[in-house]
Ligand binder design. Structure first.
Ligand SMILES: Cc1cc2nc3c(=O)[nH]c(=O)nc-3n(C[C@H](O)[C@H](O)[C@H](O)COP(=O)(O)OP(=O)(O)OC[C@H]3O[C@@H](n4cnc5c(N)ncnc54)[C@H](O)[C@@H]3O)c2cc1C
Length: 565
């Protein structure tokens, strides 16, 4: 059943077995898995089907000028479907090494292994509509069509790993019919959790206080509670629920909000290739099921160990589309579409003609590029546009043609765990009176080394195998790193703020995502990652949610709710 939370009677008590706070990929996955196993649950969505400005404002943070970070409402969506209403669809699992304790990366090591998550990744990729769980090019496309570049793969870096792309699936839209039909599930659209009320003993939860709007509150009483509100809201709700545990739930060792990690990414250098013919497996290729896949360069675990760096990968990328100097009509058309859509959407106080006039100088060069298109290229362009903007399974990105003489190399690297990188409460409050967050992002020496080394290793291998060339410009890389860290953007990946650990000393939750301090409270999402790897997080978030659903089912069937067993 799906109903508006504003239809719940004021001060009512909604009872269920499992209360799920948050309806993004994590919360919806959990609700689906539980309802398939006939477990009663209530799902609070914290927003509507589209993100409204009022809801978005609840996510706004308070900037600390000493710590660069994009505005906190930018990289997430307060809505039914959560950030899946906007995500790009890139799916990659973490690597086995990401789970291991690596002596050269302090704070590394998950209390679970890759093998523990592997069975759940299969279901996760299915939910993301990007099956099968196959990330090796030869396995997917056949033995003759393995690496991106023949003869390139070596002991330190390979080019045969794949990423798979979801359509991208909007979890609310895709799974709403199933959620609606689930007899024991109640989805409360627009229901916001305000406070997790712990009992006086401090070991279990009494209820969760929630509201559809300020002043119209109700409570949810459940046997088990799951916080699935995203990597920033999970710690925020623990912090603000501080009447019994005065520093916030699970925070007796001061770990909540710490180890805030994202990913480090950019495209500072260009690369060229010797063979740009058909054996160069570049760009997006569809597998038998029609899923878009792309090969990437990936560091091996031995390279990471030998150079004492974090994990990293890189893909071939397009030039920055805002700069008409690229001379590519497709990129110019994409840029113009974005600009016009932005002017139409972002109303503000200025009128549409004024907003359109403002962007005109930046657009002029792009119109010139488009004006030079031949009729043949125009047909090709319209084909690419249909694939990118009109198809139900979207072409993930428009890239330069394979014959381009050089490509941007876009890397994505692990952001190492760092105790001083954190989110904290500010003194400013949102419309419900909840204190807003401030992010204080921090970096470690290994972060900079990982970025430099991934470029050096790829460049060395291209030279050694004579398959291509990368101009390794040390000054440019160092300039890029310094720029990245002083104008930081999280890439919309919020990780680590309620990390998993074997004991309360090193984690907020245990191997089953259960709070070390409150027995009937679970947390799921990117916030439980102890390390970030380089992989975009959604697939792992969904796999963790599938695993958690199995665990909750087992606990409820055994009748174990509160005794910690
Ligand atoms: C533009 C963009 C592109 C991205 N592309 C990719 C990609 O290609 N691949 C990838 O892996 N990742 C990508 N990401 C990141 C990815 O989307 C997120 O990591 C992921 O969706 C997080 O899922 P979640 O369920 O943990 O949290 P969210 O999706 O953030 O969901 C949180 C849910 O909790 C609700 N909520 C919050 N507070 C409360 C409250 N107090 N009470 C009740 N409900 C509450 C919200 O309304 C929402 O429903 C992208 C992100 C963005 C912004």
């Amino acid at each position: 059943m799906i109903i508006g939370a504003d239809r719940v009677e004021p001060n009512a008590c909604v009872t269920t077995d499992v209360c799920i706070i948050g309806a993004g990929a994590a919360g919806i996955t959990l609700a689906l898995e539980l309802s398939r196993n006939s477990i009663p649950a209530v799902l609070l969505t914290g927003g509507q089907r589209r993100e409204r400005p009022w809801d978005r404002d609840l996510y706004r943070g308070v900037t600390d000028l000493s710590y660069p970070h994009e505005p906190l409402e930018q990289g997430r969506r307060r809505a039914f479907g959560g950030t899946t209403i906007a995500w790009g669809g890139r799916c990659m699992p973490l690597d086995p090494i990401d789970f291991q304790k690596r002596p050269w990366i302090p704070g590394s090591g998950w209390p679970i292994a890759y093998a523990d998550l592997l069975p759940h990744y299969t279901r996760a990729i299915e939910l993301c509509e990007a099956s099968p769980f196959s990330f090796n090019a030869s396995e997917t496309f056949g033995p003759g069509r393995g690496p991106m570049i023949n003869g390139f793969d070596g002991p330190e870096v390979t080019s045969s790993r794949l990423e798979r792309w979801s359509p991208p699936t909007n979890f609310a839209r895709r799974y709403e019919p199933e959620l609606r039909k689930a007899p024991l599930l109640r989805v409360l659209v627009g229901g916001h959790a305000l406070h997790i009320q712990v009992k006086a003993t401090g070991r279990s939860i009494d209820y969760v206080r929630a509201a559809a709007r300020p002043g119209r509150e109700f409570v949810i009483c459940a046997r088990l509670y799951v916080l699935a509100a995203g990597g920033l809201e999970n710690p925020r709700l623990l912090f603000v629920s501080n009447d019994i545990h005065t520093s916030g739930i699970g925070n007796s060792t001061g770990l909540v909000g710490r180890y805030y990690m994202t990913h480090l990414a950019g495209a500072p250098l260009k690369v060229s290739f010797a063979d740009r013919g058909p054996a160069f497996h570049y760009g997006f290729e569809r597998d038998k099921a029609g899923v878009y896949c792309r090969r990437r360069f990936a560091l091996t675990s031995s390279a990471q160990e030998q150079h004492e760096i974090g994990n990293a990968s890189a893909c071939l990328h397009r030039p920055p589309i805002a700069d008409a100097a690229h001379g590519n009509a497709i990129f110019s058309a994409a840029f113009l579409m974005k600009q016009y859509a932005g002017a139409l959407k972002n109303g503000g106080a200025r009128s549409l003609p004024v907003r359109l006039r403002e962007g005109a100088p930046a657009r002029r060069g792009h119109w010139e590029v488009i004006g030079q298109v031949s009729p043949g290229s125009a047909v090709e362009m319209s084909k690419i546009f249909r694939g990118r903007y009109l198809a139900s399974r979207r072409l993930p990105m428009v890239l330069p043609g394979r014959s381009a003489s050089e490509h941007y190399l876009h890397y994505q690297a692990e952001h190492a765990p760092n105790r001083d990188s954190r989110v904290i409460l500010s003194d400013e409050r949102d419309a419900f009176g909840l204190r807003r967050l401030t992010a204080r992002i921090g970096f470690s020496d290994v972060d900079a080394r990982t970025i430099a080394e991934v470029h050096r290793i790829i460049g060395d291998r291209l030279d050694k195998t004579q398959t291509g060339h990368l101009v390794f410009d040390e000054a440019r890389i160092q300039g890029h790193i310094s720029d990245l860290m002083t104008n930081f953007n999280s890439e919309a990946h919020q990780l680590g703020t309620t990390r998993m650990g074997n004991s309360p000393r090193d984690g907020i939750v245990d191997v089953n995502c259960r709070s070390h301090e409150v027995d009937d409270l679970f947390v799921v999402g990117g916030s439980v990652f102890p390390t970030s790897g380089y992989a975009n997080p959604l697939l792992t978030i969904v796999a963790l949610s599938v695993r958690l659903a199995a665990h909750l089912q087992e606990r409820l069937l055994k009748g174990v709710a509160l005794d910690g067993g």
